[in-house]
Design a protein. Structure first.
Length: 371
């Protein structure tokens, strides 16, 4: 099947990682794929070099860019596209507009994250109009599907759930050699413990809450440090927050990294303090590393982290609860091990790239609108 994926770009992020992994898996399954980037190709686009999967940057300018839309249409036609698969709202309504009249077999959209806006924006209005020419919309978790139906963003007959999946073979469980290597990189003693988090440094990920919650943890566990993996606009502000909390030497900022699976294998506890999440790739990767997890109870997090079974859930923006959960896992090694092993077993069964690709293959092959 000839499949065209349309994204804004392939910069580092959960959506982009999911698309990169999905198109490579689809190519292995016999599909012929290409990726069209509305703006720049992005920092991760090179991962498709030599794969036989074409990547085209359309260089869209501000506003209605007819040149970019024409290039998109021509690329879809030249590829003999049968399935148009778009990702999020802007890519969807622009791709639907550009391909109007082309003989596509199926038009599929994936909404990544919750997309919970307080008001209906022009972007959402255009998106809803484009759904008239859309066969199915996949949300990445049941919480997002229910929310989108409740807010009348997606018609119930077109809404379905396809959870994200990860390439499990590159994610090994926590190991002693990786623990030692990480501590040496950070210039820590071999017995030091590391709480880590992966995510873009922005308000929704709420690393500020994590730093504040970590201050009393550090006071009780002097051998413990906090590791933030990722970069973003709040980096300087978060560094100031760590300084103000007396944690300048206890919070390590690693920035964007290409070796996240190896870093995860060296952690003791994984924390995700987000105010909003869809179906977190970072949580799936933490599960694959067999890490005990503390996550906020938002969006699809509870569909990955079963409280008391595969991790601990706490309310968002509740520093005291986050502190207590971190302390609990650092104090109870048996609990931490049990939760981590259960998380690994769950992701092996439910959270693989192959499971996600199979669900999308079924969506592509369906007739009529999806339910």
């Amino acid at each position: 099947m000839n499949v065209t994926h349309v994204v804004e770009n392939l910069n580092r992020g959960g959506l982009e990682r999911m698309v990169l992994d999905l198109v490579q898996e689809q190519q292995l399954r016999g599909d012929r794929c290409q990726v069209l980037c509305l703006f720049e190709a992005g920092t991760l686009a090179h991962e498709l070099d030599g794969s036989g999967i074409g990547v085209m940057a359309l260089g869209k300018r501000q506003g209605l860019d007819l040149r970019a839309l024409s290039a998109l249409r021509n690329a879809v036609r030249a590829h003999a596209t049968e399935v148009l698969h778009t990702h999020n709202a802007v890519a969807h309504y622009l791709a639907v507009l550009a391909t109007r009249g082309l003989p596509l077999r199926r038009t599929i959209n994936t909404r990544h994250g919750m997309g919970a806006l307080a008001r209906v924006t022009r972007r959402e209005q255009l998106y809803r109009l484009a759904l008239h020419r859309t066969d199915a919309v996949a949300t990445v978790c049941e919480a997002a599907r229910q929310d989108a139906i409740r807010r009348r963003i997606i018609p119930v007959a077109k809404a379905c759930v396809v959870p994200n999946g990860i390439r499990l073979e590159v994610h090994a469980p926590r190991s002693s050699p990786q623990c030692i290597q990480l501590r040496r990189m950070l210039r820590l003693t071999d017995g030091a413990r590391v709480v880590g988090s992966v995510g873009r440094l922005n308000p929704l990920k709420d690393q500020t809450a994590l730093i504040r919650a970590f201050a009393p943890v550090r006071a009780r566990h002097r051998d413990c440090v906090l590791l933030l993996i990722g970069d973003g606009p709040l980096r300087a502000q978060l560094q100031d927050c760590a300084q103000a909390q007396g944690l300048a030497d206890a919070v390590h900022f690693l920035g964007d990294r290409s070796d996240v699976p190896a870093l995860l294998q060296g952690l003791d506890v994984f924390a995700l303090p987000s105010r909003s999440e869809g179906y977190s790739m970072a949580l799936l990767e933490a599960c694959a590393a067999a890490l005990p997890i503390v996550a906020t109870d938002v969006g699809g997090n509870r569909e990955i982290v079963r409280d008391g079974q595969t991790g601990l859930l706490v309310p968002a923006q509740d520093a005291a609860a986050l502190t207590a959960a971190l302390d609990r896992l650092l104090d109870d090694a048996a609990l931490a091990t049990r939760l981590g092993q259960a998380a690994r077993a769950w992701v092996e069964h439910e959270g693989t790239l192959q499971a996600m690709a199979a669900r999308y293959a079924g969506l592509y092959a369906a007739t009529g609108t999806a339910t």
